[in-house]
Design a protein around this ligand. Structure first.
Ligand code: HEM
Length: 484
């Protein structure tokens, strides 16, 4: 018997807004018992700026969660406490423990880890400016809490909110396609895929708008700093991670990744629906898996993208698991049905294009500032170099000569390129396959009279850099805005 097609309401997913909550995020907790939390939130940036946040949090009484009623209240409480925790940890020099009794309670209820996640910074952190206007319009959105109070940080989160809102209706659309594929109704599947491709195109346009109002240097030096988690943070003064005290005094160190858009359930939903398989970085496609793709989708093996599901709200992660077992849109064999094949390939092309735009963003927001950072630190005086720095922002040369195993040893751009290339792999038409596996040609600066380029400086050891959730090596021979 086929497993039932998941019902969105069972997973708290909105047919109109997808993984964004149907009830708008609260702008304040209604119970005055939480006024102290709300007044920290109202002054968060100033408390961070004046380095007084820790003093205030240390004097905060341990509030209980008894005053939290509706889901929206629990979500706001999670959002506030994770912002406080990251401000506390990364707003100063080197922290050790954070008192966290209510946060652990909230995390249990919402099935999220005690760290800022995509849910805290994006899904549950926005409001529409004009109630009568669309939520997928970037010009109608505002954030509720930020670390820096900057428009750049708001924009960084809001681009994702708009993507989630515009992409939300794809979820019920594709569940309709799943039900139609079970009836071998290729016409309906084709219609759904066409709608999917059109919306994916919109998402690429929204993503591209990141450049409009988020400055890469500011993102790299100021925003990313606060988003760092507690994993691989030895250099930043967290050799073992963070202790989240549950009140028993017996809690141990834990390590969590910081928030990342890789925790977006929406993008993973697209991959599942289209049967895109993401392999661990560096692993080549298995030619035998081609035939499997004709039918039901293969469960993805463990890798970074899969690991990010641990940071999604529990019901959203369960939805992805359940939807994997029903994903079937290739069952009405697209090869035998050209309109279906074309619509399917169009979806892959649009999603691949989305990932291309993303690679250009990562290059501009992480790779290039990382290089500039290194160039600057090379030219600093020895005294300046010895001055303490917030290591969450600093890149370091790896101690080992060999690449370390795990995420810390994975090169960022090759990882993203692999995810992009895997997006095109299941294409039906030979020309689509060929087109999507083409290599982009390197674009120079168009200076005909330019002389021979200077020999690039040889970097013998890979540079390790914190992305968002991951820690990555930055290879000097990859990236570059046009060369990807
Ligand atoms: C300034 C903007 C952005 C930067 C600097 C950025 C950076 C990164 C980095 C460093 C990674 C690697 C994983 C990690 O360390 O977290 C990543 C992965 C990812 N990001 Fe972004 N990102 C940005 C915006 C976005 C947006 C708006 C989306 C879409 C909602 C997005 C979707 C993804 C996805 C889906 C992955 C996983 C890899 C993949 O599936 O291709 N990113 N991003």
């Amino acid at each position: 018997m086929l497993p039932p097609v998941p019902v969105l309401a069972d997973y708290g997913i909105s047919p109109a807004h997808g993984f964004l909550p149907d009830v708008l995020p609260l702008t304040r907790l209604p119970d005055p018992y939480y006024n102290k939390w709300e007044s920290i939130a109202a002054n968060l940036q100033h408390l961070i700026l004046s380095k007084r946040l820790r003093g205030v949090i240390d004097r905060l009484p341990v509030l209980s969660t008894v005053g939290l009623e509706h889901d929206a209240e629990w979500r706001r409480a999670y959002m506030l406490l994770t912002f406080f925790a990251h401000g506390y940890i990364w707003g100063g020099d080197a922290p050790w423990t954070v008192i966290s009794v209510p946060l652990l309670d909230i995390c249990k209820r919402l099935e999220v880890p005690p760290v800022s996640t995509y849910a805290a910074s994006v899904l549950w952190n926005f409001k529409p400016l004009f109630m009568g206007e669309d939520m997928d319009d970037l010009d109608n959105l505002a954030t509720l809490v930020t670390f820096t109070g900057s428009l750049d940080e708001s924009w960084f989160y809001l681009v994702s909110v708009a993507i989630e809102a515009r992409g939300g209706p794809i979820i019920p659309l594709m569940l309709t396609a799943v039900a139609a594929a079970r009836q071998n109704d290729a016409e309906t599947v084709t219609r759904c895929l066409r709608g999917f491709a059109e919306r994916l195109d919109d998402l690429g346009e929204l993503l591209h708008r990141m450049h409009e109002s988020c400055d890469p240097g500011f993102f790299y030096r100021r925003i990313r700093t606060f988003l760092a988690g507690s994993k691989n943070m030895q250099e930043a003064g967290l050799p073992h991670g963070v202790i989240w005290d549950d009140g028993s005094g017996k809690s141990d160190y834990v390590q969590y990744s910081g928030p990342s858009n890789a925790q977006s359930s929406l993008i993973q939903f697209f991959d599942i629906m289209l049967g895109i398989e993401h392999r661990p970085t560096g692993e080549k496609a298995d030619p035998t898996s081609e035939s499997e793709r004709e039918g039901r989708m293969k469960a993805p093996s463990h890798n970074f993208i899969q690991d990010m599901r641990r940071y999604m709200p529990g019901p959203h992660a369960r939805f992805l698991r359940d939807v994997t077992s029903v994903a079937n849109i290739r069952e009405p064999t697209p090869k035998a049905n050209p309109p279906l094949g074309i619509a399917y390939d169009a979806c892959l092309t649009m999603l691949r294009n989305f990932r291309d735009i993303h690679i250009a963003i990562v290059t501009r927001f992480i790779i290039l500032p990382s290089r500039q950072n290194r160039a600057r630190s090379r030219s600093r005086s020895p005294e300046a170099a010895r001055r303490p720095q917030n290591l969450a922002t600093a890149s370091k040369k790896e101690q080992q000569t060999k690449k370390v195993k795990g995420t810390g040893g994975t090169a960022l751009i090759p990882f993203l390129k692999q995810a992009r290339d895997e997006t095109g792999e299941p294409a039906v038409e030979a020309w689509a396959k060929r087109w999507m596996s083409r290599q982009a040609k390197t674009v120079g600066d168009g200076d005909f009279f330019a002389g021979k380029p200077e020999e690039p400086e040889v970097v013998e050891e890979p540079v390790v850099e914190h992305g968002l959730a991951g820690t990555w090596t930055i290879d000097d021979d990859v990236g570059g805005i046009c060369s990807y």
